[in-house]
Design a protein around this ligand. Structure first.
Ligand code: NAD
Ligand code: ZN
Length: 265
């Protein structure tokens, strides 16, 4: 039985407890959500200033997007205004590149669509995007891909509802919308790593979006402890072995540094 798992008095707290646990782990799976990117200027969905405090999520379902050219026009505008395409990685993203450099991190499984883990310097094979990537747009008919900026430029030149230049089909950003399934390859890879890992470090997620949240749950079921580094509570706090409260930019670099130091002889 893992000495850290299922504490009878509830989860341990703080960076030191998290670092102590991770210091002995060789196959760490990192699971990130919108909270790791708020310090890069991208709002989350469910935090106190989250997008859902201003916008109704029911407007952004796949069926509405497909049925209504006006919804599509608004989506392209919002995508441009969101700042997601111009954002820069922050020190939490960069700290994970250092963790990857130790050879003890299996991958980052991310719910984010901002591409900031790669922009920070993680190689593509180290990042599994469960909800797609907003930098790409895809035709729903012929599946050809174009940069999102190219579509936004067409909207800027006055096109109301830009369609695929190859086949005339509807174009959407290459992200998973409400009602859409998660991508099969990425989901399978993430699920396999959930079984392979020996600890999960969760950063900046309410852990309330399914099926994505099944990844840490499956890891837990196969004996891996969960460390949750978040600002505010999450849905899985009770199942965590260690909780680290605070903004990722303040907690993750210290945590990675402590892990690296504890591990070196
Ligand atoms: P969420 O909005 O449900 O939860 C984010 C959590 O992070 C909240 O608990 C919030 O308090 C916390 N948080 C905010 N700032 C933080 C910080 N600086 N450090 C640590 N924690 C912080 O996000 P989710 O669980 O990722 O689910 C939302 C869904 O929305 C995801 O599926 C994702 O695809 C999408 N999304 C992505 C982005 C992005 O790509 N950057 C942004 C918004 C939403
Ligand atoms: Zn097409």
């Amino acid at each position: 039985m893992d000495a850290f798992s299922f504490e009878p008095d509830g989860p341990q707290r703080g960076i030191k407890a998290a670092a102590r646990l991770l210091a002995t782990r060789e196959r760490i799976l990192v699971f990130t959500g919108a909270g790791i990117s708020t310090e890069s200027g991208i709002p989350d969905f469910r935090g106190p200033d989250g997008v859902w405090t201003r916008v109704d999520p029911a407007e952004f379902t796949y069926s509405r997007f497909m049925a209504n050219p006006e919804t599509r026009r608004r989506s392209w505008q919002m995508r441009q205004q969101s700042g997601i395409l111009d954002a820069e990685p922050n020190i939490a993203h960069r700290a994970l590149v250092d963790l990857w450099g130790t050879g003890r991190m299996l991958a980052v499984v991310t719910q984010n669509i901002d591409g900031l883990h790669q922009k920070a310097g993680l190689p593509p094979e180290a990042v599994i995007e469960l909800h797609g990537n907003a930098h790409q747009a895809v035709c729903v008919d012929c599946r050809s891909k174009v940069p999102t900026t190219a579509v936004i430029e067409r909207v800027g030149r006055g096109e109301q509802d830009p369609s695929c230049l190859d086949c005339g089909g509807i174009i959407k950003t290459d992200v998973v919308m409400f009602e859409e399934p998660m991508p099969v390859l990425e989901t399978n890879r993430a699920m396999n790593l959930a079984f392979e890992c020996d600890a999960v470090l969760i950063i900046g997620s309410t852990l309330s979006v399914y099926p994505a949240a099944y990844i840490p749950i499956h890891a837990l079921e196969t004996g891996s402890p969960l460390i949750i580094a978040n600002l505010g509570p999450t849905d899985l706090d009770e199942l965590a072995t260690v909780l680290v409260e605070g903004p990722a930019g303040q907690t993750v670099p210290g945590l990675v540094k402590a892990v690296t130091q504890e591990h070196s002889p």
